[in-house]
Design a protein around this ligand. Structure first.
Ligand SMILES: Nc1ncnc2c1ncn2[C@@H]1O[C@H](COP(=O)(O)OP(=O)(O)OP(=O)(O)O)[C@@H](O)[C@H]1O
Ligand SMILES: [Mg+2]
Length: 332
């Protein structure tokens, strides 16, 4: 690109996504990038979600793809709308639903989706128990999701080959059709465990061929889990003191080795229990307390967890029991 060209593009006041007025065969990618506020949104994603480096890198790539696709359209290069159906694999609590929600917003921002909302569905929301029940259920969910992202959690449960007359197949066929014919208006994200998803794709090649992006969510490291905890606390106006931070590290080491550990979801649940204990402690101590004390989580709020007692006891008044069954279910 010559200097004159660069100068003339800079002179364009309102770049209308930056086709240079003087030369309609030139587009100013930097201006388009700036105008889209993309960096602000992606930086927000970096700040508010800990770790997830490969996931964030992938999102940046998709965002670039869409930006370039729009510019190509502007200069009259016939472009097929990129297919954006995705598959998110990873263990529970690795951020799949959270990222899908962010992704929906980003796609809306880039003009790819009308509404940018997220509808989460599982097999039970899509598949009926009796003849004739599946189609209306699936239709209803699809209708709700149009203009946004339909997130199907543990999508492989739609396929139950052991039951010859399983109604899941009906839902699968409807989904496949919509993913093809209405991809202008709906992004489908399938989520679940990697291995089960691979098997699901083997038996349902129609899904595999419609999904353009496979993103895998790694388990969080101990440092990331701690950072997630600190971020969650900060958002709720709490803070670990130094000993509490150490105690929480020990808690995580133990909790991580236990069954049904669910990454950031377990961190969230642990924090809820810690807040209960802090409140209990403050009420028991009574008297007047400074604002800092209302903020502060101490080691004792953490060390009371039954995880430190071999995890066998159920503490009365502790929410461990119900929260754990939540984690077991997986949830979204
Ligand atoms: N990287 C992260 N930084 C901060 N908070 C996070 C991060 N990842 C997840 N969380 C938080 O952890 C919780 C669980 O995350 P999320 O529901 O997105 O996980 P998931 O992969 O969908 O889990 P599941 O498979 O169990 O449905 C949410 O409260 C979310 O806000
Ligand atoms: Mg989820």
């Amino acid at each position: 690109m010559t200097n004159t060209e660069t100068a003339s593009m800079k002179a364009v006041e309102s770049p209308e996504l930056a086709v240079a007025a003087s030369n309609e065969n030139v587009v100013d990618i930097s201006a388009a990038h700036r105008d889209s506020n993309l960096d602000e949104i992606l930086d927000g994603l970096d700040r508010e979600l800990v770790g997830l480096k490969p996931v964030k890198a992938y999102i940046r790539q998709i965002a670039s793809l869409l930006l370039v696709a729009r510019l190509r359209e502007k200069v009259g290069l016939a472009t097929e709308r990129p297919t954006l159906h995705m598959c998110f694999t990873g263990r529970p609590g690795t951020g799949k639903t959270t990222v899908a929600m962010r992704m929906a917003k980003i796609l809306q921002h880039l003009g790819y989706l009308r509404r940018g909302h997220l509808v989460v569905a599982t097999r039970d929301d899509l598949v009926g128990q009796y003849v004739g029940h599946t189609a209306p259920k699936t239709k209803e969910i699809l209708k709700k999701a149009m203009g946004g992202v339909l997130f199907i959690d543990e999508a492989y449960y739609l396929y139950r080959p052991e039951n010859e007359r399983d109604y899941g197949q009906e839902a699968i066929e409807m989904l496949l059709q919509v993913m093809e014919n209405q991809r202008e208006d709906l992004v489908v994200v399938l989520a679940g465990y990697q291995e089960r998803m691979n098997t699901f794709f083997q038996f349902n090649p129609g899904f595999r061929s419609r999904i353009a992006h496979h993103i895998s969510f790694p388990n969080y490291t101990l440092e990331e889990l701690t950072a997630i905890a600190e971020l969650m606390l900060q958002q709720q106006n709490y803070v670990f003191d130094d000993e509490a931070r150490r105690a929480f590290g020990e808690y995580l080491e133990l909790r991580r080795k236990q069954p049904h550990f669910a990454n950031a979801r377990s961190v969230r649940n642990a924090i809820d229990r810690i807040k209960l204990r802090q409140a209990n402690r403050l009420v028991a101590e009574g008297g007047c307390v400074a604002k800092e004390e209302l903020l502060r989580i101490t080691a004792s709020d953490i060390l009371q967890s039954r995880v430190f007692k071999g995890g066998l006891e159920m503490e009365l008044g502790d929410a461990d029991a119900c929260n754990e069954s939540d984690e077991r279910r997986g949830g979204t």
